[in-house]
Design a protein around this ligand. Structure first.
Ligand SMILES: *Cc1c(COP(=O)(O)O)cnc(C)c1O
Length: 387
């Protein structure tokens, strides 16, 4: 009998919710008009986009005029960072970000540094993978124009002190962006409480399709667009609106927050079950996920073992996990996030991330614990390394 896949890699991407697919469907085949067109088919499409924008703005506690649709989380990060840096460079050319950011942020900042004469500083994290506020404060300079710190880390799940950083940035008159891609459906996205000026989201991390993102941008901030074209999204992101995907991402976000408590309870229970199962059955572990983490993520290093060998062995049992961010997996590079936490090289090479969703079951978790125990014992038996 063909075994079903046990998908525990929901920080890489998620299954699209059937209700989202259903909601999107008619915008492919029935209301397929261009929202800019001046006839009913166009109006229907335009209304759908604006309804989607309103739904999102309610969850983010902002005006619908502050919600912009983009092509991805990466694109939202790029618009926020490059757009603001370029627009306000006369005020200063210094940017602060952290050593544990997603590559969409890290590489954008690095690009500005290498190619456009900006300077940047990386905030350190503690051994829990949480940014060091005192270090951040010490990095602020008169010419600092932008701080970009993620809300929740994709590899460890560590929640960052966004409210506090936002307060500091505001006091100093520095723009503050957060990559909240891993926080959607897991933490409050109230931009007023969070004190953020810009916030990025990606649909495929919360059961909407890949290839659609959201950028919240406070009114009054004007990033220079990356693309130039028509007047869509108030010139910030021109190109004909991807109506079905905009409808889909709004529907998925609404479902995530309507059903928040229910999913939180279910997923957290499974995470704790997995945690207890792993810690009871396997030794030589280093826990890389701190207490203050999103409820779906659990990351361990297994001493003496490369993360990849566990990943591939679990895949033989149809269990999908990852060694950290999908961009580095396969390259056998140690995780920059685990390294930044001060773990030694061998520990950073041995990290495995389990990221759960509402679709996981207790049965899947039990099966995973059993197979993980088997796999780790087998690999350690043939490995010369002694725990
Ligand atoms: C997945 C992810 C991104 C990139 O989003 P895409 O829509 O895949 O471009 C950015 N930041 C974080 C933290 C992510 O997990």
């Amino acid at each position: 009998m063909e075994k079903r896949i046990v998908y525990l890699d929901n920080n890489a991407t998620t299954r699209v919710d059937d209700r989202v697919v259903k909601k999107m469907e008619i915008y492919f085949t029935k209301f397929y008009g261009n929202p800019s067109s001046l006839y009913d088919l166009g109006f229907e499409a335009k209304n759908a986009v604006e309804d989607a924008r309103k739904k999102i703005s309610k969850i983010l506690n902002c005006s619908d005029q502050e919600i912009f649709f983009t092509g991805s989380g990466t694109e939202s990060d790029n618009i926020a960072i490059k757009g603001v840096a370029r627009r306000y460079q006369k005020k200063g050319k210094h940017i602060i970000t952290s050593s544990i950011e997603h590559h969409a942020v890290l590489n954008s900042v690095e690009y500005l540094g290498k190619k456009e004469g900006f300077e940047y500083s990386l905030v350190k994290v503690d051994s829990d993978g949480i940014v060091d506020i005192d270090h951040l404060k010490s990095l602020i300079r008169p010419d600092t124009i932008l701080i970009s710190i993620m809300y929740a880390n994709n590899e460890t799940g560590a929640i960052q002190p966004i409210e506090e950083i936002g307060k500091i940035a505001r006091e100093k008159g520095i723009y503050f962006h957060t990559d909240a891609v891993q926080a959607a459906g897991k933490l409050s996205l109230d931009v007023k409480k969070l004190n953020v000026d810009m916030l990025s989201l990606s649909g495929h991390k919360f059961h909407a399709p890949k290839g659609v993102g959201i950028l919240y941008k406070r009114t009054g901030i004007n990033p220079i667009p990356l693309f130039h074209g028509g007047h869509h999204e108030k010139n910030l992101r021109p190109s004909t609106e991807n109506v079905p995907y905009m409808v889909g991402i709004a529907e998925a976000l609404e479902i995530a927050y309507d059903e928040f408590e229910e999913h939180k309870k279910h997923i957290y229970k499974l995470k704790m079950m997995l945690k207890e199962g792993i810690e009871k059955n396997i030794d030589g572990l280093v826990l890389n996920t701190p207490k203050n983490s999103v409820f779906n993520t659990l990351n361990y290093s297994f001493k003496g073992i490369e993360g990849e060998s566990i990943l591939f062995s679990l895949n033989d049992f149809k269990i999908s996990v990852s060694t950290g961010s999908a961009c580095t997996s396969g390259s056998l590079e140690p995780s920059h996030v685990i390294m930044a936490m001060g773990r030694e090289d061998s520990i950073s090479h041995g990290s495995i991330r389990f990221s759960l969703s509402k679709y996981n079951t207790e049965e899947e978790i039990k099966y995973t614990i059993e197979k993980l125990k088997e796999v780790v014992e087998r690999i350690r038996k043939i490995s010369p390394y002694k725990v």
